[in-house]
Design a protein around this ligand. Structure first.
Ligand code: FEO
Length: 396
């Protein structure tokens, strides 16, 4: 139910997308929300909009509080169209001549999305906008996760409007962390692993900048999911851990299989890893979405990848996973490869090449088994698992 007054005079006027299950290749099994925030002071500001499809719902939510024409400033923290798609309808209702605040890159990027000649006010870190009794301060967060990304900080209330940062793809009437409990952390972790992981070095810098600026934060309002008000420090600390790519004593064995041979190898490798006291999850790629697998990869110390050879190549789903993981740039992982084959058996070599490109520490040439693994082959798989487990124990 929106709007929700999140604190006096500040409203979440965004919308819930209950039914989305695929967000540009990310599995959103709990749906998502597109949050937008209305600050009603002497001047009235709207921070971000929603997906184009929900333009009317956003305007209806705003209209329950004020006439949209009374909005003085529109602020766009991020150009991606889940937050800017409704801008044309919003600006039309608010007034095409009203100031539109965004970062310098935001002005460039919005102009490449929309032909309208809006009155862009490009702002940089530290610039302020007074609403009367309240002041907004802008903080550029370039490449977290688009060139145009920025945060907006409301000084007097100590609220950080953080765009995609600290968000989660989660649809629910619960609006705050104290209403969802710890379950929400899994959604936040998945969001980080699949959207932000490759920008980890920039996120660490950003967290340093926030610390240096001495920004006190009572509440973090992301553009997706719940608002952090009970313990904003919890999600900030989690981001610091994830961005440092801190690892657990944990391995994932990611594989696909044609006739269960590579699967049998995966099970033995996982058993070998577990025998060293290391937590392990064998994951069949066609049973788990790639975005779920990346969530497990985030804090794993080792990724062992298995593929049958199909037409002298990797099995296509394994190739998809490797390309996806490579783009997200996980760092400092131990790697190994395995797979069953019929007559040529290129898959292990191809996996090793990809893992080396990702700068994984490939600790073994890998295991290839023709057709169906027998006892000796399965023992070799168990031993590879033990080797991976021991390498993790030495590392962590
Ligand atoms: Fe939620 Fe980068 O858009």
């Amino acid at each position: 139910m929106r709007p929700v007054e999140i604190t006096k005079g500040i409203y979440d006027v965004g919308v819930i997308d209950w039914n989305i299950r695929d967000f540009h290749g990310y599995s959103t099994y709990r749906g998502t929300s597109y949050n937008a925030f209305l600050i009603v002071d002497e001047k009235i500001a709207l921070i971000d909009t929603v997906k184009k499809t929900y333009s009317d719902q956003l305007l209806d939510n705003i209209s329950k509080i004020i006439d949209p024409k009374k909005i003085d400033y529109v602020i766009s923290n991020h150009t991606e169209m889940d937050h800017s798609g409704a801008l044309p309808r919003v600006m039309h209702r608010v007034g095409e001549d009203k100031p539109l605040y965004c970062s310098k890159m935001g002005a460039n990027n919005l102009a490449r999305h929309f032909p309208q000649k809006w009155d862009y006010h490009a702002v940089g870190t530290g610039e302020e906008l007074s609403l009367g009794n309240r002041t907004l301060t802008f903080l550029e967060t370039r490449m977290v996760h688009w060139p145009d990304s920025m945060f907006t900080y409301l000084k007097e209330d100590k609220i950080l409007f953080s765009s995609d940062g600290f968000g989660q793809h989660y649809a629910g009437h619960e609006r705050f962390d104290d209403q969802t409990g710890d379950d929400i952390m899994l959604h936040a972790k998945k969001y980080f692993a699949n959207i932000l992981l490759l920008y980890s070095p920039l996120i660490l810098k950003l967290l340093d900048t926030v610390a240096q600026l001495g920004l006190e934060i009572n509440m973090i309002c992301p553009d997706h999911g719940i608002i952090w008000r009970k313990d904003p420090g919890k999600i900030i600390n989690a981001y610091a851990k994830w961005a440092k790519q801190e690892q657990e004593k944990k391995a994932v064995v990611v594989y696909d299989t044609m006739w269960h041979s590579t699967e049998a190898m995966a099970d033995e490798i996982a058993a070998g890893i577990a025998s060293e006291g290391v937590s392990v999850r064998p994951i069949h790629i066609r049973s788990s979405h790639r975005s779920e697998i990346m969530t497990e990869v985030l804090d794993a110390a080792a990724v062992v990848v298995g593929s049958p050879t199909l037409n002298n190549q990797l099995f296509p789903t394994v190739s998809d996973f490797l390309v996806y993981m490579k783009g997200l740039k996980p760092l400092n992982k131990i790697g190994a490869a395995f797979g069953s084959y019929g007559w040529s058996g290129e898959a292990v070599k191809l996996i090793n090449k990809e893992l080396e490109t990702m700068k994984f520490d490939v600790i073994d040439p890998g295991i290839r088994i023709q057709y169906v693994p027998e006892k000796k082959g399965l023992e070799a798989c168990f031993d590879l698992g033990k080797k991976v487990g021991q390498a993790i124990n030495e590392k962590i």
